[in-house]
Design a protein around this ligand. Structure first.
Ligand code: ADP
Length: 331
């Protein structure tokens, strides 16, 4: 997933990752269910069932896969759908797994079809057929695999073909975090970064974090930079909001893509309804990005609606953009 751009940012992001389920903030239902799956596997002395995690970027899917491996006392291998273009790429990974290993496949919906088919068999029977040769002379050589746990991550479970989805023993859907939960994430991060931050500043940063821990941590680092340059000992509400205004994060946490989508919806399409792909073209983004990154948050914030005829702007959208709602808008 899209980690911070600079290496230093990535190191910090890694350092801020919670290492066990108890330190993982929020998502209480997924946490409880997952904890049960892992406990049961430990009692039965078996590898845990395959786990599918779905949800927008930055909500903790990678972190949870690391926690699963740690809780199972197992090594973790990380790869991703886009990195597996040929069945052979997957065969190479699978054949080098050790018993009980956790394999994390990020963006699993982006795997190629042949690799996907190989994965079905590996998940179900811990076996793959390695095809040697081409055409009429091709032979399939069966290869036994040690039992392993696959943790697949996808931005939306619906992007996965049914047969693949069905092979996961447990599916956890991650939701956007509440402001209070993001405050907890931020408090923990501030402690680790040795920053002094007031409660009001935590609330301000959390409120602008788009319900996303990765963004919360990133904004905290930007606010930290601001405080450093302005020689502030303590980060207060004023400093936090001044810094975030400068980085163009608005009061509701909408980023450039979110605002672009809303603006296009309101100004180019009169508030809709408009098809998702048309909307994506208008903002110059891939349909999947608009659907899995921008839309979930805009819908949750009540700014955009989904109808059978397309996406529509909700009354709050015009208000948020400071525009007058046209009389013939769908609302
Ligand atoms: P994803 O894989 O869903 O894109 P990550 O697992 O990479 O998201 O999480 C991004 C960052 O957000 C991590 O560095 C981690 O520090 C933080 N984070 C995510 N979820 C939580 C959580 N529940 N509690 C604390 N920090 C979290």
């Amino acid at each position: 997933t899209n980690a911070g751009s600079e290496p230093e940012e990535r190191v910090l992001e890694a350092a801020l990752r919670p290492r066990n389920l108890d330190d993982f903030v929020g998502q209480s239902r997924v946490r409880q269910q997952l904890s049960l799956v892992l406990e049961a596997a430990k009692i039965r002395e078996r590898t845990a069932d395959h786990v599918l995690l779905s949800g927008p970027p930055g909500l903790g899917k990678t972190t949870l896969s690391m926690i699963i491996a740690a809780e199972m006392n197992a090594p973790l291998r990380i790869s991703s759908g886009p990195a597996i273009q040929h069945a052979g790429d997957l065969a190479a990974i699978l054949s080098s797994l050790t018993e009980g290993e956790v394999l994390f496949l990020d963006e699993i919906h982006r795997m190629s079809r042949p690799a996907e088919e190989m994965l079905y068999m590996a998940m179900e029977d811990f076996r793959v057929d390695i095809v040697v040769g081409k055409g009429a002379g091709a032979t399939a050589i069966p290869l036994e695999l040690p039992p392993f746990t696959l943790v697949g991550a996808t931005t939306r479970a619906g992007l996965l073909p049914g047969p693949l989805r069905d092979r996961f023993g447990f599916t956890g859907h991650l939701e956007f975090y509440a402001v209070q939960e993001l405050e907890l994430v931020l408090r923990r991060s501030a402690m680790m970064l040795d920053l002094s931050v007031t409660s009001a500043a935590f609330t301000e940063i959390a409120g602008r974090s788009r319900g996303t821990p990765r963004i919360a941590n990133r904004l905290l680092r930007r606010v930290r930079d601001w405080a450093l340059v302005h020689k502030l000992e303590e980060i207060d509400h004023k400093a936090a909001s001044a810094a975030l205004d400068m980085y163009e994060v608005d009061a509701r946490g909408l980023d450039r893509l979110d605002r672009g989508v809303l603006e296009a919806l309101c100004t180019k399409f009169g508030g809709g309804p408009v098809g998702l792909s048309t909307l994506a073209i208008a903002v110059g983004e891939e349909t999947e990005t608009v659907e899995t990154v921008a839309e979930p948050y805009l819908v949750r914030e009540g700014l955009m609606g989904r109808t059978p005829r397309g996406r529509i702007a909700m009354p709050g959208a015009w208000e948020h953009l400071g525009l007058a709602m046209p009389k013939d808008a769908i609302f």
